[in-house]
Design a protein around this ligand. Structure first.
Ligand SMILES: Nc1nc2c(ncn2[C@@H]2O[C@H](COP(=O)(O)OP(=O)(O)OP(=O)(O)O)[C@@H](O)[C@H]2O)c(=O)[nH]1
Ligand SMILES: [Mg+2]
Length: 291
């Protein structure tokens, strides 16, 4: 078996694995059928992302955002399973040595680098400029995102508070103590959850959204779901979709390599060796050549 060759993405092996019909190459009573089924299930498992970054960079929030906005399964570095297809490394500014050390260990063609907490920059242009500076420093694309905005879940009570703030022109001071105390005991828990959920910059963005149409006809005035959608749209997570798509072919290739290794193990154990060897030979032949 020519191990150095990449496996043709249009090979019969790839097609069989993707259609979940791998086990059909052996008889229903074959002792290897269950192993082939397990190999096929593993090959078609959902994409799994591992999120890395320096402490406090926003890894846990990014894991939540990937799940909430892109329906992608993710875990942060240090999680026990070691099953990632794709890596996401979160920067908070130009890469430090610790970031470079981690990036050096990750597969370039299956790693995205993010500039996290993009909401903390004055506006999108500034965040883009910082991301461009980060990209220049490491010689690869860096995507500005706000995982916090991507996870925004403004409640009715929080939206009411935002409306009151908008009406009185209240802004969030740099020191959060004043913001939390401003509404007295009645508002303290709503102020706390709003600050935890959106942070200072996110509250500012929400207030800008409410101020967009002073007449109050904007749907964001009336509906938490609408303002949440607006905040998600500003998170930058949608912009990750093409970048993730761009990693899919290398992901597929790695899964095929893993599948091949697994099938070689099945073949080596003996039962139905010929059928499994035949399957392995199809890794290099386009599906159209195989009857
Ligand atoms: N403004 C802002 N804050 C964020 C964002 N993402 C995370 N944070 C905040 O940063 C702090 C750390 O976030 P985590 O997601 O726990 O980061 P982590 O890398 O898991 O950090 P540790 O668990 O402390 O090692 C929390 O207070 C988050 O609310 C973001 O996009 N914008
Ligand atoms: Mg954390």
């Amino acid at each position: 078996m020519p191990h150095d060759e990449t496996i043709a993405p249009d090979s019969a092996l790839a097609r069989l694995a993707e259609s979940g019909r791998l086990a059909e190459v052996v008889d229903v009573a074959s002792p290897v059928r269950a192993e082939l089924d397990a190999a096929a299930r593993r090959y078609t498992r959902p994409l799994h992302v591992r999120v890395s970054g320096r402490p406090g960079s926003g890894r846990d929030t990014c894991v939540r955002a990937l799940g909430a906005r892109l329906a992608v399964s993710a875990a942060r570095d240090g999680a026990s399973d070691d099953d990632a297809d794709l890596w996401v490394h979160v920067l908070t500014g130009p890469a430090r040595q610790a970031d470079r050390d981690v990036l050096d260990t990750l597969p370039t063609d299956r790693t995205l680098v993010l500039l996290g907490k993009s909401d903390t920059h004055r506006d999108r242009q500034v965040a883009d400029a910082v991301a461009a500076e980060c990209a220049e420093g490491i010689g690869r694309p860096v995507h500005p995102v706000s995982a916090l905005l991507a996870c925004a879940d403004v409640t009715e009570a929080e939206l009411d508070l935002l409306r009151r703030m908008s009406a009185t022109g209240e802004t969030v001071p740099v020191m959060s103590g004043g913001f939390l105390a401003a509404g007295g005991d009645d508002e303290r828990s709503t102020r706390t959850s709003l600050l935890r959920g959106l942070d200072r910059a996110g509250i500012g963005i929400a207030l800008d959204l409410l101020a967009r149409e002073p007449g109050g006809t904007d749907p964001a005035d009336n509906d938490p779901a609408e303002i949440n959608r607006e905040l998600w749209a500003r998170s930058g997570f949608d912009d990750l979709i093409p970048a993730i798509r761009g990693c899919m072919e290398p992901v597929r290739q790695w899964r095929l390599i893993e599948l091949r290794a697994r099938l070689e193990g099945v073949a080596a154990r003996g039962p139905d060796r010929d059928a499994v060897e035949h399957l392995l030979q199809q890794a290099y032949r386009p599906a159209t050549e195989v009857a």
